[in-house]
Design a binder for this molecule. Structure first.
Ligand SMILES: [Mg+2]
Length: 239
């Protein structure tokens, strides 16, 4: 019993005092728990996992995970019967879904630093975020299959021009709608804001068959898609 308690205390106490291998194991478990939405809201990457997250984001792990999500999403998209009335929709989030902010996060500790809205907004205005390549391929595939693509982002309306320029320069085109937060949406939780926007799409007659996002708040709530695809992101959590 005492041994069990000690083990539990060790687990609950994180990786403090652990060997390098144990820390890596613990951080791997933390990452999976985050992706599975078992952690609840978290604000920053645990300090002991800073190197682990950096290694994952900069190494093959992140790319392979992105490729698998895009591949599964593509398989589903091909399996769906398109009605051909222009109302079959695929919703994409933008940040860490279509566009990668890795250059920004690399300069800000890969999620170790508390999120700084002002600095991030400055980065967004530069409009230089590269495409997430597996997502770009999925994007082109669903367009070719006849889906309407709707972009639904937590970015605010004032970033519309920079966002359009960035998307086009990164290779994205022919979207049906680009929805950003307007003044009425400010302060709303992402889950509610995105659910309301999907509900409006449904009222406009769209059938939301697929939804791709790196946050659970892109995918959960109401008016959810027939299939939702969660891209990896161990750097931040948006409720
Ligand atoms: Mg995102």
């Amino acid at each position: 019993m005492i041994a069990l308690l000690l083990v539990l205390c060790g687990v609950l106490g994180g990786a403090a005092g652990s060997t390098e291998a144990e820390t890596a194991e613990w951080c791997g478990a933390w990452r999976v728990a985050g992706e599975a939405n078992n952690l609840g809201a978290w604000s920053t990457v645990p300090e002991e996992c800073a190197e682990f997250v950096r290694g994952y984001m900069m190494g093959r792990g992140y790319v392979v995970d992105l490729e698998m999500v895009a591949s599964e999403a593509g398989e589903f998209a091909r399996s769906v019967e398109i009605c051909g009335d222009g109302k079959d929709a695929w919703v994409f989030d933008i940040d860490e879904t279509l566009l990668s902010n890795l250059p920004y996060y690399a300069a800000h500790g890969f999620g170790l630093e508390v999120f700084d809205h002002e600095k991030f907004n400055d980065w967004v205005e530069k409009g230089v975020a590269p495409a997430i390549e597996p997502s770009l391929k999925l994007y082109e595939d669903v367009l070719n299959l006849g889906f309407k693509v709707i972009l639904l982002t937590g970015r605010s309306e004032r970033h519309r021009s920079a966002t359009i320029e960035n998307l086009i320069n990164a290779g994205f085109k022919d979207w049906d709608q680009l929805i950003l937060r307007n003044s009425d949406d400010q302060g709303k939780r992402a889950t509610l804001y995105k659910s309301e926007k999907r509900s409006e799409m449904e009222k406009d007659g769209y059938r939301i068959l697929g939804n791709s996002g790196d946050q659970w708040s892109d995918l959960l709530g109401f008016s959810v898609a027939v299939r939702s695809f969660k891209l990896p992101n161990p750097m931040y959590y948006i409720p």
